[in-house]
Design a protein around this ligand. Structure first.
Ligand code: MMA
Ligand code: CA
Length: 208
C-alpha cells in the first residue's frame, strides 16, 4: 500500500518550529541547499523510485520538519498538510461527514491511513487535546465477538494500555469503539458499529 503512494509539492519548515501546528508555513530551512533544491531533488527521487505517473497522488501537500538525527539517511519527516504530527505518526481528525465505523475506516484507507490505534496514554492525551468534548470519535479498535478486541493495524491489543471508561465495555452487541469525553475525562466506549460518528485517522510519518 505505502509503495503505491507518491507525494507532490513538499513544503519545509524550520526545525526550530517543531510544534507542527502551522502546516502551511513554507519557511525554507536555514543554510543550503535551498528549499527548492531539496524539494526538486527529493520529489524527483520519489518519482524515480515509484515509477512516476502509474501511481496515484494521495497527498498533494506535505509539511516537513528537519530530523534531529538521520533516519535511514532521511533528513525530513513529513505529514500531509492539515494532519498533526506526534511521535512517528500523523493524525487527521475527520468530522464531516460523520460515518459508520466501516465507512470511517474506508475513508482513512483512501488517504493511505487507518483509524486511530492508541498504544499509550501520552498518545491519547495528544489526540484528545485536539478533539471536541461533545463529539465521539471512532478509533481503530473492534471486536469480532467474545471481547476479542483487535486493532485495525494488527498490532496486539494490550489490556494495560487500554483506556476504557468506567463500566465499559458493557455490551456484547457493541463491537466498535469510540473515544469520547465523560465527566471523568476522555476514554473508550464500545458502541454499535452503525452508529454515525466522527473519527480520527492515523498514518506513519513520511520520511524524505
Ligand atoms: C450509554 C452506555 C454505553 C453505551 C451507549 C450506547 C451513553 O452511554 O450504556 O455503554 O455504549 O449508551 O448509546
Ligand atoms: Ca458501551
Amino acid at each position: 500500500m505505502a509503495s503505491e503512494i507518491t507525494y507532490a509539492e513538499v513544503k519545509f519548515k524550520n526545525a526550530s518550529n517543531s510544534s507542527g501546528t502551522h502546516s502551511d508555513s513554507s519557511a525554507a530551512p536555514k543554510g543550503n541547499p535551498t528549499h527548492h533544491q531539496i524539494y526538486f531533488q527529493k520529489y524527483s527521487q520519489l518519482l524515480e523510485e515509484k515509477k512516476a505517473t502509474k501511481y496515484k497522488i494521495i497527498h498533494n501537500k506535505l509539511s516537513c520538519m528537519k530530523n534531529s538525527s538521520l533516519m535511514d539517511g532521511k533528513a525530513w519527516s513529513c505529514c500531509p498538510k492539515d494532519w498533526k504530527p506526534f511521535g512517528s505518526n500523523c493524525y487527521f481528525i475527520s468530522t464531516s461527514p460523520a460515518a459508520s465505523w466501516n465507512e470511517s475506516e474506508k475513508k482513512c484507507s483512501s488517504k493511505g491511513a487507518h483509524l486511530l490505534v492508541i498504544h499509550s496514554k501520552e498518545e491519547q492525551d495528544f489526540i484528545t487535546k485536539n478533539l471536541e468534548q461533545k463529539a465521539a470519535y471512532y478509533i481503530g479498535l473492534w471486536g469480532p465477538g467474545h471481547r476479542q478486541w483487535q486493532w485495525v493495524d494488527k498490532s496486539p491489543y494490550n489490556e494495560s494500555a487500554a483506556f476504557w471508561h468506567k463500566g465499559e465495555p458493557n455490551n456484547v452487541w457493541e463491537k466498535c469503539v469510540v473515544l469520547h469525553h465523560r465527566p471523568a475525562g476522555w476514554g473508550w466506549n464500545d458502541v454499535l458499529c452503525n452508529y454515525i460518528q466522527s473519527s480520527v485517522c492515523q498514518m506513519n510519518k513520511i520520511y524524505l
